[in-house]
Design a protein around this ligand. Structure first.
Ligand SMILES: *Cc1c(COP(=O)(O)O)cnc(C)c1O
Length: 408
């Protein structure tokens, strides 16, 4: 037997079935027309944003990094909950535009921005977080050619990293950002060139559950920004402090203590140095805002025994939920939170392997899990599917096609 990850708070059974946003899984599937289906809950998105507003200092802006979930109805809904958006490609910027979101509200980070992407973003008055000196030169040249004043910020590659983060994106040699010691000279150059100076972006890592690590990193970020602003010799209009707030995926993971993070940040904000006194401050979150609000529903197609083990074979799999299969940045595969949605309040009575329909042994959703007995036709729910699901999985692999998505 192997443990399953913890099911996020807020999911209940209605008539014995998992309900999402108050509606039974089977009803949602009937409305969508078929499985596999991602369901995202407005109530949970709203609740998560409200919890952050309650705990973070009022002055702190909260941005949504849309690579976690760029589903158009989700973007439209998030627009009412956050203070800004962060994108990592012109394609993401276009998606925001289609959702009716003003690009002037957006910042664009990411290594390897093509000229066409820079041109599109500059023309739309989006802030560009420059990732290299070469990118700065290209952005300035494109803006001059178009006769517009670009809004430019610099993404810093800091010398520290976010301790305990699942994915490190700062510290040491990195493809992200500009090494901190080279930032002041570049900032002075782009200010002298007449760009609208938008400040600094310091993102150090992702998926951290340890409040102390985040508190320490935020203190380091503020100290570094203060020092760099001093060396640049110009006020810092804006500081994107990064994010990194994680969610529990696996057995033994405990939720991040945002109360502690918010309290520590409030203390810092009460004694900001002069260089940051008038700076607009924000964090950028992806999975923390949307991850727990999503559930992936898939139907059992076959049930069979092999060498004494039970296999529940579903119509879903890693082509929609790569992360749950353990193939998206994990070293040792562990089970995500998962349940038999159509027997959500039943007691576990058997050990089963839940797998996808792809012809590869990598396509596993749960190994040796303790579950209620499930038959062909029952629905399986994989939780924590609101972030890095539909768009972070190889939907074309093996030709089964994409999953449906709905916001309820
Ligand atoms: C991916 C990314 C995020 C979002 O990360 P989460 O772990 O989903 O919060 C935020 N900022 C940048 C720059 C990113 O690359």
């Amino acid at each position: 037997m192997k443990p399953l990850g913890p099911i996020p708070d807020g999911f209940v059974a209605v008539d014995g079935e998992l309900a999402i946003g108050g509606r039974k899984a089977s009803d949602l599937v009937a409305e969508a027309g078929a499985t596999p289906l991602f369901v995202y809950s407005r109530d949970m998105l709203r609740g998560r944003a409200a919890a952050l507003r309650d705990t973070m200092p009022e002055r702190l802006g909260i941005n949504y990094a849309i690579k976690a979930n760029p589903h158009a109805p989700v973007l439209e809904f998030m627009a009412g909950l956050v203070d800004g958006f962060d994108v990592a490609s012109a394609g993401e910027l276009a998606r925001l535009g289609e959702a009716g979101i003003d690009p002037a509200w957006v910042s664009f980070a990411g290594p390897g921005k093509r000229d066409e992407e820079l041109e599109f973003a500059i023309s739309a008055s989006c802030t560009i977080n420059l990732e290299s000196e070469g990118e700065a030169r290209r952005a300035l040249a494109i803006a001059e050619r178009r006769g517009v004043r670009p809004r430019l910020a610099i993404r810093v590659n800091p010398s520290f990293e976010l301790r305990g983060s699942g994915m490190k994106m700062g510290g040491g040699a990195k493809q992200f950002g500009i090494d901190e010691e080279r930032v002041p000279a570049l900032a002075r150059k782009i200010i002298a060139a007449g760009a609208e100076w938008r400040g600094l972006h310091i993102f150090t890592g992702s998926q951290a559950l340890d409040a102390e690590a985040i508190i320490e990193t935020q203190a380091n970020v503020l100290a570094l920004a203060d020092r760099l602003a001093g060396e640049i010799g110009a006020a810092l209009p804006k500081l994107n402090m990064g994010g990194g707030f994680g969610i529990p995926y696996f057995n033994g993971d405990t939720p991040l203590d945002i109360q502690a993070v918010g309290a520590a940040l409030s203390d810092r904000f009460a004694e900001l140095p002069d260089n940051l006194a008038a700076t607009e401050l924000c964090i950028e979150l992806g999975r923390y805002l949307v991850g727990e609000a999503g559930v992936y529903l898939t139907r059992i197609i076959d049930r069979k025994i092999s060498h004494g083990q039970t296999f529940l074979i579903t119509d879903g799999g890693l082509h929609h939920q790569l992360a749950a299969s353990g193939n998206f940045g994990t070293v040792v595969r562990r089970n995500y939170p998962l349940a038999i949605a159509t027997h959500f309040d039943a007691v576990p009575e058997e050990e089963a392997n839940v797998v996808g329909c792809l012809c590869t042994p990598l396509d596993r959703l749960a190994d040796q899990a303790h579950l209620p007995r499930a038959e062909v036709g029952d629905l399986v729910a994989v939780f924590c599917a609101g972030a890095y699901g539909a768009t972070a999985s190889p939907a074309d692999f093996l030709g089964h096609g994409p999953a449906r998505q709905m916001l309820v």
